[in-house]
Design a protein around this ligand. Structure first.
Ligand SMILES: [Zn+2]
Length: 257
């Protein structure tokens, strides 16, 4: 299996990284992608992925990390994205939840990074929090008939939005929240998993956040992705092996890893 989204660069994970990677391998996780959130983490991730075969990275500026944004940061992302084992621009997107937010600035930084991705033929890892409408509009504007590709991570739209995403060739993923007790959000996620073919899904943990049942309240880690995969297998009436096989092919195809 491939965990397409784990923030393994965070300091409290760094100190246990050898054990975390060992447990991942022992549970059949062969590759992990580490998304960046700002310039500093982009640089750190490039160093980190050089040290471990199974790790790949993304560089980018997250919409909640714009406090000290400087136009030159975009040039730096474009320089960093050609590094070895950098598989994507991410995570990037819109976030209208954490206050204060500046919608115009978030949209400018997202649009610029979508263009960097297209110029460098890289996919994007998209973050969306309470911003589905604006995010979809920007993606549709920049899509240009397949030139833009990527992953809607921790997908939070409804089935109709999910269908639009896959129609454009994008992939969708859910975190451990898919395993939580049914509430409005998980029920929508379950409906999407049931109605969209496996060929459009990726696996992710969003480590250290959103651990699946039975690890709620603990720090998430890539080895736990098997619980989300198991849940997808149940919902789709298939085996966890099949979920692993198809989603890994999807990740390899999208990220060229
Ligand atoms: Zn993330």
């Amino acid at each position: 299996m491939i965990d397409t989204h784990a923030h393994l660069n965070y300091p409290d994970i760094q100190k246990n990284l050898p054990d975390i990677l060992k447990r991942a391998e022992d549970n059949g996780i062969s590759k992990i992608i580490i998304p960046a959130t700002d310039i500093k983490s982009s640089r750190e991730i490039i160093e980190l992925i050089e040290k471990h075969d199974m790790l790949y990275g993304a560089v980018g500026i997250h919409p909640t990390e714009l406090k000290d944004f400087n136009e030159n940061d975009l040039n730096e992302i474009e320089e960093l994205c050609i590094s070895n084992k950098i598989a994507a621009i991410g995570e990037i997107g819109l976030d209208y939840y954490w206050k204060p937010y500046d919608k115009a600035l978030e949209q400018h930084v997202l649009k610029s990074q979508l263009q960097i991705a297209k110029r460098n033929n890289l996919p994007v890892i998209l973050h969306n929090r309470e911003s589905s409408e604006d995010l979809m509009q920007l993606i549709i504007d920049e899509y240009e008939n397949g030139k833009l590709k990527g992953q809607f991570h921790s997908f939070s739209g409804d089935l109709q939005i999910a269908k639009k995403c896959i129609e454009m060739g994008f992939y969708i993923s859910f975190t451990g929240n898919l395993t939580y007790k049914p509430n409005e959000k998980t029920l929508t996620a379950i409906e999407i998993v049931k109605n969209i073919p496996l060929e459009h899904f990726l696996l992710e943990t969003d480590t250290p956040y959103l651990p699946p049942v039975p690890y709620r309240g603990k720090q998430n880690e890539p080895s736990y992705v098997i619980h989300t995969a198991q849940k997808i297998a149940e919902l789709k009436n298939t085996t966890i092996e099949e979920v692993g096989r198809v989603t890994s092919l999807n990740a390899e195809r999208l990220y060229k890893i």
